[in-house]
Design a protein around this ligand. Structure first.
Ligand code: SF4
Length: 315
């Protein structure tokens, strides 16, 4: 059976999408280019989002002092053992808010990454309130010759949740930023977290329909992870009943429900987070991401389910 996205996997998988463009596996290489974040330096807020701990997902080779080129070289070595078949790469500006700088600095960093042999594009993670026309025009001009994606942290469609986690922007801010980038023809990704405090399962599932109306290219999901030392970990220890921490089995059933409601045109990049256990003592599941993904695909198969099975497009 082949689905609308042209292969037999039951969701519109990013790995297969990229293989369709480049003919082989594309490996993302995380880079820490030394940005900060307006929700930390006082411009928007202090202390950051209550769940945020960038160290938890920064690979060991990431260090802004090394510069972009060296991090890419070390990133290729880092991933070589696990993904032997990758020979093309995307430089992933991941840590903090990677458009929070003047356009001249962004241009220099992105050009440096794109000049490295084997790097076919860039993915740039940022906050929805850290873009403007000038920055998006830079993305657009780079898109003419490279794979370029801007990836926004949306996290939730509910302002009550965004306020509670000290996000410092509304869902409408995120929707506007997505529309601005997509309107210029830039590939646009979104990141969502499932299990944020105060959100019910019903609300999270309802958000699939809301997100599906955005002009996104791709989407990734993470279960809420409680990182050591964060404000959210403290909040959980004070009020554990306000949280729904998923077990892995429950989460995979939930994501299957969510994905059934999701726009089938969205490429799904990730369905769960994976963090070294030393950062997460309360919500860690243990298995590596590849094993979690295999279990998820088994859930879809057992339910005879697929992405968009219950998606209702708005007319
Ligand atoms: S916007 Fe991103 S980098 Fe800034 S505090 Fe929130 S999660 Fe952390």
């Amino acid at each position: 059976m082949r689905f609308a996205w042209g292969h037999g996997r039951r969701f519109n998988s990013y790995v297969d999408h990229m293989r369709g463009i480049y003919g082989n596996r594309i490996q993302k290489l995380a880079i820490d280019a030394g940005f900060t974040c307006p929700n930390r330096d006082g411009t928007k807020g202090r202390g950051g989002c209550t769940f945020c701990l960038n160290e938890a997902f920064n690979p060991s080779y990431c260090n802004p002092a090394k510069g972009v080129r060296q991090q890419i070289a070390e990133g290729i070595e880092f991933h070589r053992k696990r993904y032997k078949k990758a020979c093309n790469y995307l430089a992933y500006f991941q840590a903090y808010s990677n458009t929070y700088a003047p356009v001249s600095r962004l241009m220099s960093l992105f050009h440096e990454a794109l000049s490295v042999e084997g790097v076919v594009g860039i993915v740039v993670a940022t906050r929805p309130d850290c873009v403007d026309d000038e920055k998006l025009d830079l993305f657009k001009s780079l898109s003419d010759h490279h794979y370029v994606m801007i990836e926004y942290g949306i996290e939730s469609v509910y302002d009550k949740t965004l306020e509670r986690v000290n996000r410092g922007h509304s869902f409408e801010d995120a929707a506007k930023a997505v529309r601005m980038a997509a309107g210029k023809g830039i590939r646009t990704g979104g990141h969502m977290i499932f299990g944020l405090p105060g959100e019910t399962r019903h609300e999270m599932l309802q958000s699939a329909g809301i997100v599906s109306e955005l002009p996104l290219t791709s989407i990734k999901f993470h279960q809420l992870q409680l990182f050591k030392g964060t404000a959210m970990e403290q909040e959980y220890l004070r009020n554990p009943l306000d949280f729904h921490l998923f077990t892995m089995e429950d989460y995979l059933e939930f994501v299957a429900d969510y994905v059934e409601l999701l726009n089938p045109e969205f490429v799904i990049e990730r369905i769960a987070g994976e963090t070294p256990p030393r950062y997460d003592r309360l919500s860690s599941w243990g298995p590596r991401y590849d094993a979690i993904l295999m279990k998820f695909e088994k859930v879809l198969e057992e339910r005879n389910s697929w992405q968009g099975k219950r998606f209702v497009p708005k007319l």
